[in-house]
Write a protein that binds this ligand. Structure first.
Ligand code: HXC
Length: 268
């Protein structure tokens, strides 16, 4: 996109959880293309290692692969320490790691609910706290959390994620209030259905994706680049007065209430 200027993020360092795939990877690629040095964190080496090599090759910027589970505070602290130690600073943290599956509440186990809360909610807190303690408390910076719109209504088979993302929104607002005075900007993006992501493969197989497109006011599914462009804007100085916001990018889908109705229809 040529609305952003070359070198926009020159001199900045970003940590992106879930940075090996989907939205996280898209944001990492764009930040690197606009001059940032990046670190990609994932549980899976096979996700982050090739992604980091590819991004470094294309952008000519350092891109560090980090294998760590956002659910494990010790692993997160070690990964954050490696970013600061290797890349010298940490200005931007993108909390994009997430877990999801379709499961009605009646079939959801204690552990199934907990797994998603642990990845999405506790993972966002673990990474935010570790990054704050290691760098942002002293130097300022930015957090950008990837949320969702599922909890704006009630979405069948998505209790676990709705609860987890509602808590991510609460983290976003509370940290904005508490850490804002320390030069830390905290925002979130709430994407609707995004085509060609792991989430889409799990949640919107073929016919559902088609139906979602038909009920979305813009008559299209979201694309990774929609979330990437919004991220670039929110992370840029053009958005310096946007703080504690949860910005929806879903083509107006959540306004229609169709998300829940669609999932309900799946059962019949
Ligand atoms: C019911 C399930 C299940 C399923 C797992 N569980 N899959 N329950 N239906 N399809 C239950 C298991 O039975 C187990 O509970 C518990 O969840 C933990 O499962 P594990 O496989 O041991 O967990 P783990 O290996 O840690 O995997 C975490 C995961 C998995 C979340 C369950 O799906 C994962 O790794 N996902 C990562 C990638 C991902 O999901 N990306 C998409 C994000 S989409 P029991 O009781 O049996 O022990 C997204 C978009 C939201 O966030 C917005 C969309 C618009």
């Amino acid at each position: 996109m040529d609305v952003f200027r070359e070198g926009l993020f020159e001199g900045r360092t970003a940590l992106i959880t879930g940075g090996g795939t989907g939205i996280g990877r898209g944001i990492a690629e764009a930040l690197a293309a606009y001059g940032a040095r990046c670190a990609l964190m994932s549980r899976r080496a096979e996700h982050v290692e090739p992604a980091a090599a590819d991004i470094a090759g294309k952008s000519g910027r350092a891109c560090l692969p980090l294998v760590a589970d956002v659910r494990q505070p010790e692993q997160v602290e070690a990964a954050v320490a490696k970013v600061v130690g290797t890349l010298g600073r940490l200005d931007i943290v993108i909390n994009a790691a997430a877990g999801n599956f379709l499961c009605p509440a009646s079939d959801l186990t204690y552990n199934g609910f907990g797994a998603v809360i642990d990845i999405d909610t506790k993972g966002t807190w673990n990474v935010s706290k570790a990054a704050y303690d290691a760098w942002l408390r002293e130097h300022g910076g930015q957090f950008l959390n990837i949320s969702a719109t599922l909890h704006y209504g009630g979405t069948p088979a998505q209790l676990h994620v709705s609860a987890a993302k509602a808590a991510v929104d609460a983290l976003t607002r509370n940290l904005a209030v508490e850490w804002g005075p320390q030069g830390i900007r905290v925002n979130a993006i709430a994407p609707g259905p995004i085509a060609d992501t792991e989430g889409a493969r799990r949640l919107f197989p073929g016919p559902i994706a088609e139906r979602l497109q038909q009920v979305t006011p813009t008559r299209r599914l979201g694309r990774v680049e929609d979330i990437v462009n919004l991220s670039l804007f929110l992370l840029s100085d053009a958005a310096s007065n946007i703080h504690g916001a949860i910005v929806v990018s879903d083509g107006g889908l959540c306004l229609t209430g169709s998300f829940g109705a669609l999932f309900e229809a799946l059962k019949s």
